[in-house]
Design a protein around this ligand. Sequence first.
Ligand code: AMP
Ligand code: GLY
Length: 422
Amino acid sequence: MKVLLIGSGGREHALAYKIKESKSLDKLFIMPGNPGTEILGVNVQGDIDDGAFILNFCKDEKIDLVVIGPEKPLVDGLADLLRENNISVFGPNKRAAEIEAHKSFAKNLMGKYDIPSASYKEFSSEMIEEAKQYIATKNYPVVIKADGLAAGKGVLICNKYEEANAALDDLFVKKIFGNAGEKVIIEEFLLGLEASIFAITDGEDFICLPAAQDHKRIGNNDEGKNTGGMGAYSPAPLVTDSILEQVKETIIRPTLSALRNEGRKFIGCLYCGIMVYNDAASVVEFNCRFGDPETQSVMTLLDGDFLSLLYSAAKGKIDKTAVRYNGGASVCVVAASKGYPDEYESGYVITGLDEANKEAVVFHAGTKQQGEKIVTKGGRVLSVTSFIPNNDLSKAKEKAYYALTKIHFDNIYYRTDISDKA
Ligand code: AMP
Ligand code: GLY
């Protein structure tokens, strides 16, 4: 099989690493990829927003399967274009990707089909006065969310009326999230612990990969600003067999069925961000793709043929036996540039990658090849991901942080408590 993987982050490096193991792989292309994926396949320079270019590439190279990593090309309809041209795709069409593109769509869908989620109300910018009256009646905290895509930053947790009032001004008047904030969701604050569950689906049937937990805040103990994710671990013990069963039957199955019913069949990875409180799970968010950095950990925990899983789902008949949990544990620590998620400096030489790779898998995200050297190029630079063959997260944590001691670059920053919550 010739496969094209779209994206360039740590998530895509981890997907490439797993796809590369498949016996059915003939050739792997990654567009645009990163210095880490270069070792696993052929990096193809190209604009991932340029559908026509990608389509031509697929035709020229006779690509059998396209795997789309990030949400933006999915939301913009790349999967639709490829499917219209008879190219198999792992990733939802635009209408199904709405589940991530517009939180109002996801919330309405959950409301209509009785899928457990926080109660909410929707307001558009011209309803600012009504929104302000509404927040005056609420118990705090309340959660205010930009409706559109905001790179993981569009959720504001407000502890008192004044904060909520300022948040509404930020969204509707200052337009800090641009068009993504034209509409907002004001939602009840959910208590509990969070987990991420990836459902791989052909639109009808599905399997769940081992549950993970992300660490979204920049600082230890979940303090400071939200980021794209500072680390993850898997399996998440919070997701017991009975919680998983509940999530499958009250969240995933009804959501896939609702999407079909609405003419929006979802093929790909449905990311379910859930909150668990008093043995009950409810949805915090859906994404239309694999999560980053959870994928980095989850990929190390699969035995079997991951490419066959993706291909069978893309073809409409998922092979539910293609992969299984290998019994292990994994911790992924993100090494970032100091200053992230605000301003930071780039261009620092990274050393110790080979030594670290002896201890863990180092997935690249914000890196760049410069001559013989690899230098920093982004906020989140590397995902240092350990694997332990038995389910012992404390050993997996030790191993990830030991690998990290081998890596050096100026202004390195990472959290030191990834997986402690488990
Ligand atoms: P989202 O981008 O929707 O995942 O939201 C980012 C983060 O905000 C989540 O991972 C949660 O930690 C938090 N969050 C979102 N919605 C709620 C809610 N209704 N109650 C409590 N926390 C929430
Ligand atoms: N890890 C959260 C996300 O990928 O959206």
